[in-house]
Design a protein around this ligand. Structure first.
Ligand SMILES: C[S@@+](CC[C@H](N)C(=O)[O-])C[C@H]1O[C@@H](n2cnc3c(N)ncnc32)[C@H](O)[C@@H]1O
Length: 213
């Protein structure tokens, strides 16, 4: 397995992780990892191949049961916003999150950050990749509509819902809020809950950060 460089996303290759994250997992002696919004389970699969004990939470109906059964991976079907996670306090050494924690209004995202803090062990690691507002390539066009200008995406149209919050006007994410963080803002949100920043950098589309509880 090779590692990701900062211009790639795991979408470019099925199972790749940032070397910086893997080094920290070793340094923090991580054993048990929870992935928030684990999608089809590709990150869980990769982490379990590296020897970690893994579990995911994912929206009901989105879990690829064939993959999870064959790889012996557990994904709990659970909506993350507006309710507690179905886990005890301090159950995990590490919480891993690659995208999607930004798909709500800021206050709802910060409630999820608090749940992450609750289920993470003291001294544990929160490894997050979340949308960087400075890399959202939206152009304001007439009638308060914004248009996607990233050459990798079709020219999807968005409506502005609130500060730094946009919802697509078409497609399967129609109406879902997308919130983008500034770097200093993300650090502040997490430090106010009690997390300590280990490192943060910009990667493609995202801020990639690691925090300690
Ligand atoms: C961009 S995908 C990322 C998946 C995975 N982290 C990865 O890197 O492959 C986001 C995932 O979040 C899930 N999701 C969306 N809203 C959710 C919610 N309210 N509760 C739990 N999962 C949700 C989606 O179904 C989707 O699989």
């Amino acid at each position: 397995m090779t590692t990701l460089n900062d211009k790639e996303t795991p979408h470019d290759y099925r199972i790749k992780f940032a070397k910086e994250d893997l080094d920290l997992f070793k340094k923090y002696k991580i054993k048990k990892i929870l992935e928030i919004c684990s999608g089809d389970g590709r990150n869980l699969l990769g982490l379990s191949m590296l020897g970690y004990k893994v579990i995911g939470i994912e929206k009901p109906g989105f879990v690829d049961e064939k993959l999870t059964k064959s790889a012996n991976i557990t994904i709990i079907q659970h909506l993350i916003y507006g309710q507690e996670f179905p886990f005890k306090d301090q159950e995990f050494d590490c919480i891993y999150s690659y995208q999607y924690l930004n798909h709500n209004y800021k206050e709802k995202i910060e409630d999820v950050f608090k749940e992450i803090y609750r289920v993470l062990k003291k001294g544990g690691l929160f490894s997050i990749k979340i949308t960087d507002i400075e890399q959202l390539n939206l152009k304001h066009i007439p009638d308060d509509i914004y248009e996607e200008c990233d050459p990798e995406f079709p020219k999807i149209k968005y409506k502005k819902l609130a500060n730094q919050t946009f919802a697509k006007l078409e497609g399967n994410e129609k109406g879902i809020p997308h919130y983008g963080f500034f770097k200093a803002e993300l650090i502040k949100s997490l430090e106010e809950i009690g997390f300590k920043l280990i490192n943060i950098r910009k990667i493609r589309w995202n801020l990639a950060a690691n925090f300690e509880k």
